[in-house]
Every structure is written in C-alpha cells, then in structure tokens.
Design a protein around this ligand. Structure first.
Ligand code: AMP
Ligand code: GLY
Length: 427
C-alpha cells in the first residue's frame, strides 16, 4: 500500500481507470492530470494539461510517482512515453514510434500487411488529382476515405456517393481540414459486417486479451447521424464468439505485436483492434494505442483482477504469469451528451439526479465532461457522463443502465436509447 499512480487524461475512460486503480491494495494514492469533477472522488486532480509532456514528467519526478498510466492517444502519439523514459520514469503505454499504429493509418496498413492480418484493400495518395482519378476509374462506391493522421475521430469518411468521395479528397488534401494529418490519404474498400472492439494488454511478447466489447459510434439510434467518440458500449460482445476470439488472437493480435517488433517498434501497452466482423472474418478497420472510451468503462466494471497487477506484469514483461478474472455479468455503459454534440455544444448546465443513482448497487456514473460550480456538478464537455451498470444478463444490464439514466437530467441532455440492442439478437 505504498504506490503512487498518475493517470493522464480527463474523460470517462480516465474516471474508470482512476476508480479501478484506487481500489488496488497496493495503491496509496492516485493522481489524475488534468482529470474532471467526477474523478476527484477517487484521485487528486492536478492542473496540468495532457499535452504538457515536460510539465507532466516534472510532476511525476517531483511527486515520486511510481507508475504513470496514459488514457488518450495524443500524448502517446506525441511521445510521452519516450519523454518519461528519458527521465527514468516508469510509464505504461507505447513509445511514439509504436503509437504510430494509431497515429498513422498508412503505418497501420503496412503493419497489417506484414502481419498478414485481414483488412480492407487500399491505396495511398498525396496528390488530389491522382486520388480523384483513381476513385472515378477504379473504386467501388461506397468507398472509405481516411486522412492518414490523428483527426479527433473525424478523419474517416464513409462515402456513399462518388461526389461525397471526391468532396472528401478535397477536404483532406486541398482544403487541409485536418492540417498535417491530411498530408496523405487512404482510399479504402468499404467493408460490411458488425463492428467489435478487441483490446489486449501486451508487454511486446505476450498478448493478454481483455474482455470483448462493442461501441456505438453514430450519434443517433440505429447507427444514424454523424460519428462521435462513442455513445455507449457493452461487454461482453456476443458477436465475438469463442471461435472468433481465437481467430482474432491468432490472425490479428499476436501477428501484429510480432510485426511491430520486426518493424523495430516493439509494442507495450494496450492494443485495441477495431474490427469489422463479416461471416467469421475479423477484418481490421483500425488500431488504437490505448483503452477505448467508452469501452473501458464496462470492461473495467467487469475486471475482478487488480488492474495494477496487469500493468506491472506488462511493464516487467511477465504478462505470461497473470490471468485476469472477469465478472460473469454483463456491463452496459450509456453515454449522456450535451445538446449539439458531436457538433458545437453549450456547457455549464446543472446536472440533476446524480445522488439518486449513487444509491443504486453495481451502477457507476463515470464523468467524462463535468465541472463543479458552487458545489454542484455542471456539464463541461460534449460527452458528459457514462452511466454504467452490471446485470446478470445483457438485457438486465441494459435495463439497469437505462433505469439509472432516467434519474439524471440537464437542459438539452441527449443519449441513444438502443445501447446493447445489437447483442440481444444473439440470445
Ligand atoms: P476508424 O476511426 O478507422 O475506426 O473509423 C471510424 C469508423 O468508420 C469505423 O468505426 C467504421 O464504422 C467506419 N470505417 C472505417 N473503415 C471502414 C471500412 N474500410 N469499411 C467500412 N467502414 C469503415
Ligand atoms: N470508442 C472508440 C475509441 O475509443 O476510439
């Protein structure tokens, strides 16, 4: 009971990480930079931005932090792990070079090829005319256009018409809507199927799969409307059958970790495969170099093992010696968002009903974008809360999560009413 842990980030994922790590018998204190109003229940929030890498490293050094855990992709892509390691600080996550698996879609495609993992066929372009000619002459519609770099989840356009595809090329390569993230673009075959999130912790050698989950990216019910960071998630995801789970490990996760080592970018941390499952084939849409958000919320609700044990095993390359234990129950997380999200939204709305949900057993309200004002919780982001409930069945978890949601309100609050519904068809 002597370890000091620093969690970087300020969303629902980081709230779930702080909540879980604060339960470890080995942990004396959890800090979170910058954190949010809900995270304050489990961690001391430090006013340093997740983008201030030297500031974070100085804090970790002066405070004697034992292990730093990074939530979001930006600091990883900007090399926070390299900065910390140079100072002799222990940090969990991939290096800048390895984080390219999320930060560069062209890099990801090369790794997937090297790994022999199933994925959509594609072509890379830097010249807009060449991209347009290729689309007009060769591509089937719908087609997917992707900016190479990180674009806050907005750099992927699933074009349903030729015009939409040509507009996407214009947006990325000519108007440069995503800046340098759009130096290159990928024109990719449009895959069909059902999506799933497959996360594993790896020490670069052993790949330890976590529980399966499924996200809900579009803002409205029935997957309509623009994409968001994720409007809800549940675990386990029955679309990933036992057979498919093995296939994902053998065809995707293990060969990818090996390919990263072969590419001189050995991977340590959480590797998240975004999959499109079609007729038993787990095609890779993308990789993320971190826990999913909101997926981390239901997954960490189900994790019975001390998360710190898993992280320490990964850091010391002893993941082969640990087996995580999972709660057999299902967990469902419903994201509550501000009016206007994922477009522009207002903040500062008072949140009602949190105290009623606190009384409910096996329900957690993870805060994603909240602040405290005059002792009251107010909205401070697009995604505001992740209401997460356990249930004996997925149906029960859905009902319990929505029961909790019904107690919470603020002006303009919106959410999807069909989180988890896709799982019910497997039962
Ligand atoms: P990504 O940021 O790469 O996960 O892409 C965002 C979303 O775009 C995914 O969750 C999918 O819904 C969709 N997407 C990405 N690539 C493809 C593809 N090749 N075919 C169909 N949909 C895709
Ligand atoms: N929920 C999707 C992601 O974390 O990227």
């Amino acid at each position: 009971m002597d370890k000091k842990i620093l969690v970087i980030g300020s969303g629902g994922r980081e709230h779930a990480l702080c909540w879980k790590l604060s339960q470890s018998p080995k942990v004396a204190k959890v800090y979170c930079a910058p954190g949010n109003a809900g995270i304050k229940q489990h961690a001391q929030c430090i006013d340093i931005k997740a983008s201030d890498l030297p500031g974070l490293a100085s804090f970790a050094a002066s405070e004697g932090i034992d292990i730093t855990v990074v939530g979001p992709e930006d600091p990883l892509a900007n090399g926070i792990v390299d900065v910390f390691r140079e100072k002799g600080l222990t940090i969990f996550g991939p290096t800048k070079k390895a984080a390219q698996i999320e930060a560069s879609k062209v890099f990801t495609k090369r790794i997937l090829e090297r790994a022999g993992a199933p994925t959509a066929s594609y072509k890379v372009f830097t010249d807009p005319d060449e991209a347009r000619n290729y689309i007009v002459e060769k591509a089937d519609i719908p087609v997917v256009i992707k900016a190479d770099g990180l674009a806050a989840g907005k750099g992927v356009i699933v074009a349903r018409s030729l015009n939409e595809a040509l507009d996407a090329v214009d947006l990325i390569l000519v108007k440069r809507a995503f800046g340098d993230a759009g130096n290159k673009l990928i024109v990719e075959e449009c895959l069909k199927g059902e999506e799933a999130s497959f996360m594993a912790i790896t020490d670069g050698f052993t790949v330890l799969p976590l529980a399966t989950s499924q996200d809900h990216k579009p803002v409205y019910d029935n997957d309509e409307g623009p994409n968001t960071g994720g409007m809800g998630a549940y675990s386990p995801a029955p679309v990933v059958t036992e057979d498919l789970f093995e296939k994902v490990m053998e065809q995707v996760m293990i060969p990818t970790v090996k390919a990263m080592a072969d590419e001189s970018a050995p991977y340590k941390g959480v590797l998240y495969g975004g999959l499109m499952i079609d007729d038993g084939v787990p095609n890779v849409l993308e990789f993320n170099c971190r826990f999913g958000d909101p997926e981390a919320q239901p997954i960490l609700m189900r994790l019975k093992t001390d998360l710190l044990d898993l992280i320490e095993a990964a850091l010391s390359e002893k993941l082969d010696s640990v087996t995580p234990a999972w709660d057999n129950r299902a967990a469902v997380c419903v994201v509550l968002a501000s009016a206007g999200y994922p477009g522009s939204y207002e903040t500062g709305k008072e949140i009602h009903g949190l105290e009623d949900v606190e009384k409910m057993e096996d329900v957690m309200v993870f805060h994603a974008g909240t602040a405290l004002k005059d002792g009251k919780y107010v909205t401070a982001g697009g995604r505001v809360l992740g209401v997460t409930a356990l249930g004996n069945t997925i149906k029960e978890a859905i009902d319990r999560a929505y029961d909790a949601v019904s107690k919470i309100s603020w002006e303009g609050m919106h959410y999807r009413t069909d989180i988890g519904r896709k799982a019910l068809k497997y039962i």
